[in-house]
Write a protein that binds this ligand. Structure first.
Ligand SMILES: Cc1ncc(COP(=O)(O)O)c(C=O)c1O
Length: 402
């Protein structure tokens, strides 16, 4: 991969702030967007800007065509079929959709893990208030998935549904979702993958994983903000009742009843984010062309370089396994006596190094472990070895301040 050439596609990176280049290491939250995505969206706004599925005029038809192509592209990107791919605003909406539509009943058990993002915790907590039982699986001491404990919980509590994060935004650890899906199915549980941090960074094939649902976000994978998709096994989508209803979800209504569309349309109520989904498809195309295997390797190499250099800084502790190969493109760390927000502010002030600090929407894990928060650098295809070196150098200076 020619990183310098790739960087030319990202307009944000061509700027300088206070005469210094931007070193963007917050892609786990929000990725930058290449010109190819921006131009594809602009084409929608400048050239056709219609509504899909309703208007029979030329601009409506063009929108319809591009929107259909976008669904095909996004579905193919994760090895799914278009009719199994529901457009959403983000990962959060995908998980909420399943939680509210799958028909869980009081007494049913749902199992998640101790490292879930709030978007894979709160939907189940809300249902717990209505009588479902929510269990949380503890990770191993190094934050990796505890498959033995998982099997024991399945045996004991027989969950109806298992919902786990694929790659954790807390520490970068990737859970063995193929095994988790297989074991869940042996116990007749539905299995959901929160793939917000995996789809942008590695090749994903939902059929290979064998999950029933998989949710991800466009804005973390070079796509427009407020875009996402949910893969669902068709037989399950077909049986589910939409929780958000309205225009475009029905074939026919009378004053007292309605015939719903087939999936995925029955879950997509109201006018949709046409520009966004067409832009998200452009992001898939862009990533596909570069090759996700190479992107994954590049991030792993940068993580190795950073980890090797920072792991022995006095007072610094990396969250998750010591081995960088187990933490994808994420380095989440604390430094004794320096609050995580101060670390992030100093990196930004000193060298425009932009990282995230705090609890990364995994408050539950930080609270359970009595940790105030962490500083988190998250890498992507546009980060360079030179940027990694600058990050190391500035971090060493900051660590000396304690
Ligand atoms: C692991 C994980 N799950 C879910 C989410 C929620 O994503 P979104 O805000 O795009 O819905 C995030 C966002 O950071 C995440 O990292």
């Amino acid at each position: 991969m020619n990183i310098e050439k790739i960087r030319e596609d990202f307009p944000v990176l061509s700027q300088k702030l206070k005469a210094k280049p931007i070193i963007y290491m917050d892609s786990a939250c929000m990725s930058l967007k290449p010109r190819q995505v921006i131009e594809t969206m602009n084409a929608y706004y400048y050239e056709y800007s219609g509504c899909a599925g309703r208007s029979s005029h030329k601009l409506g038809k063009k929108t319809d065509e591009e929107y259909h192509k976008a669904r095909e592209m996004i579905a193919k990107f994760i090895g799914a079929k278009p009719n199994e791919t529901v457009f959403t605003r983000n990962t959060t909406e995908g998980i909420n959709l399943v939680a509210n539509s799958i028909g869980l009943k009081p007494g049913n058990v749902v199992l998640t893990t101790d490292k879930e993002h709030n978007s894979n915790l709160l939907p189940w907590q809300i249902l717990a208030n209505k009588g479902i039982k929510h269990f949380v699986l503890e990770s191993n001491n190094d934050n990796t998935f505890n498959i033995d404990a998982f099997q024991q919980i399945l045996e004991k509590h027989r969950p109806k549904l298992v919902s786990v994060v694929h790659t954790s935004n807390l520490d970068g650890v990737t859970n063995p979702v193929k095994d988790i899906a297989k074991i869940s199915h042996e116990y007749d549980a539905v299995m959901i993958v929160d793939a917000a941090q995996s789809v942008p960074h590695k090749k994903i094939d939902v059929k290979h994983i064998g999950c029933d649902f998989l949710a991800f976000s466009g804005h973390k994978m070079l796509g427009p903000t407020g875009t996402g998709a949910l893969y669902g096994r068709y037989e399950l989508l077909e049986k589910m009742h939409p929780f958000l209803v309205g225009g475009d979800t029905v074939v026919k209504t009378t004053y007292i009843n309605a015939d719903f569309e087939k999936p995925p349309e029955k879950f997509e109520a109201g006018l949709q984010n046409y520009a966004g989904m067409i832009g998200m498809a452009a992001a898939c195309k862009y990533l596909d062309k570069l090759g996700l295997d190479d992107i994954e390797k590049h991030e792993a190499e940068l993580n190795r370089i950073i980890t090797d250099e920072i792991k022995d800084i006095p007072g610094l502790r990396i969250i998750g396994p010591a081995d960088a190969r187990l933490r994808a493109g994420i380095i989440s760390f604390t430094i004794d006596k320096i609050p995580s927000h101060d670390i992030a502010l100093m990196l930004d002030e000193m060298q425009n190094i932009m990282i995230r600090s705090g609890q990364h929407c995994v408050h539950s894990w930080f609270n359970a472990n009595n940790i105030e928060g962490s500083a988190r650098a998250s890498l992507y295809l546009y980060n360079t070895k030179e940027e990694a070196q600058t990050f190391i150098e500035i971090l060493k200076k900051i660590a000396k301040l304690r």
